[in-house]
Design a protein around this ligand. Structure first.
Ligand SMILES: [Zn+2]
Length: 456
């Protein structure tokens, strides 16, 4: 879906870049079939140490990039609170990681390079993996720089301590040392963990889904108690459902404010082709926020809603942009228990229809269209949900409020996009395509994911 391109001005003559490039060219040609048992073990161990040492190089490069960008921002007179914007996204794009991971990688790099010399040494000499270094950074994150140095010294001044030590044992040692240098910091960290509370949804087999909540312990216990209490009450008066089913139903009812009889949430958006909806064809549908579902499950969902008021966008080119989808003839009369917004996809291209607006803010229909087309943040490697309906070419610069000039972004990626020296533009493609150009001139291409009906 994404690809990156090296700009022509990259100084390939810089020895470090040249060395890495020739090293990379060399590796696929290394023939392991000719090697004996001992040499193969040496290749395995040597490659592992090399990966670790390369991680240390990446950490140093990220720290240096951070300095260079902040210096440039200062020279450009960018206010202090905005200085450094987009650095983590540059690192993430270069490493084919999400910007969320980019944050962690830059934080880890700064800690290891600037504050944990022994950890850095173990990484750079291949004895410690990037993952284990990350865990050591995490375990000492609550400490002051001085305290962190102390733990680093006590833990790894003698690198032989790493020999044969499992990851869990290493983390336990670091945690014990951190607690010894500052018991209060570790306790405070537990209190701050509340800030990480969140809810997420991920697909499970058989068109089921797993809703998870990371909650402070008291709230987690009280949620469960409320659900088990309701299950006890209903089982007591002869409800035919199992306790698990009642708890699950109660969770949905209390969160959506809707009785389970309605079976379908207040407003979900189904994307499916006309062929799959009306002619029983098997092309899978797409449910934003979940992913691909079988066509029959999508049809069941519509029928179980007890009716349907289509409120969506047909994508066949013959229709006027933005016109309501029709064609509900074969479905029961609307009971309006639920609304399903169907966004048809054009059978030929799988594209959703183009819509536009004169307003600066994307109207609700167009916003839903963008969320459906893009499915998640359009930044390469970013899986975050769409939070911003962004003008690819900014409104102030004459960009229009159209589907073509839009991209769904998460808040973080939108912030990076606005940073100094960044540029995004739409380019022609089979599906909606944008190219991001970072301040270094590197290009990253982002294409909207395929939708039902798309054969490409
Ligand atoms: Zn993003």
């Amino acid at each position: 879906m994404f690809e990156s391109m090296r700009p022509p001005e990259t100084p390939a003559a810089v020895p470090a870049i040249g060395a890495l490039a020739s090293f990379l060219d060399l590796l696929p040609a290394l023939d392991t079939t000719e090697l004996g048992e001992g040499a193969l073990i040496d290749v395995l161990a040597g490659a592992e140490a090399t990966k670790n040492a390369l991680s240390a190089l990446q950490a140093r490069a990220a720290v240096a990039l951070d300095t260079v960008v902040r210096t440039r921002h200062a020279a450009e007179g960018i206010p202090r609170e905005k200085a450094g914007a987009g650095i983590h996204t540059q690192v993430a794009l270069a490493r084919s990681e999400s910007p969320h991971m980019g944050h962690r990688l830059v934080g880890m790099a700064k800690a290891v390079v600037n504050e944990m010399p022994h950890t850095h040494h173990a990484l750079a000499t291949g004895r410690l993996s990037e993952w284990r270094a990350t865990l050591l950074v995490k375990e000492t994150a609550c400490l002051s720089v001085e305290q962190r140095r102390q733990v680093d010294e006590q833990l790894l001044a003698d690198p032989r301590v790493l020999e044969g030590v499992g990851t869990r044992a290493l983390v336990a040692r670091a945690r014990k040392l951190a607690y010894a240098v500052s018991p209060s910091a570790v306790v405070d960290r537990a209190r701050r963990a509340v800030n990480d509370r969140r809810v997420s949804l991920r697909p499970a087999p058989d068109t089921m889904s797993i809703l998870s909540g990371l909650l402070p312990v008291a709230q987690g216990v009280s949620v469960l108690k409320a659900l088990t209490g309701e299950a006890d009450r209903l089982v007591g008066i002869g409800d035919g459902r199992t306790r698990g089913q009642i708890m699950a139903d109660t969770l949905v009812e209390r969160l959506t404010g809707q009785a389970m009889a309605a079976a379908v949430p207040v407003a979900i958006q189904l994307v499916m082709t006309d062929r799959a909806l009306f002619h029983g064809e098997g092309e899978p549908a797409f449910l934003p926020g979940y992913g691909v579902i079988p066509a029959q499950v999508a049809r069941d969902l519509i029928r179980r809603a007890g009716g349907l008021r289509a409120h969506g966008t047909r994508t066949a080119d013959s229709r006027a942009p933005g016109s309501d989808a029709g064609g509900t003839d074969d479905l029961p009369a609307p009971q309006q228990l639920a609304w399903i917004r169907r966004l048809y996809t054009a059978p030929e291209t799988g594209d959703l229809v183009a819509m536009d607006s004169r307003a600066r803010i994307f109207p609700a229909g167009l916003a839903r269209f963008i969320e459906t087309r893009d499915q998640c943040c359009r930044s390469p490697w970013c899986d975050a949900p769409v939070r911003h309906h962004d003008h690819v070419l900014g409104w102030a610069a004459g960009g229009k409020t159209t589907a073509a000039n839009s991209a769904g972004l998460c808040a973080d990626c939108n912030y990076s996009k606005e940073a100094s020296g960044w540029r995004t533009e739409t380019v022609p493609g089979d599906r909606h395509t944008t190219v991001i150009t970072t301040p270094t001139g590197h290009h990253y291409r982002s294409q909207a994911p395929p939708l039902p009906g798309d054969t490409s």
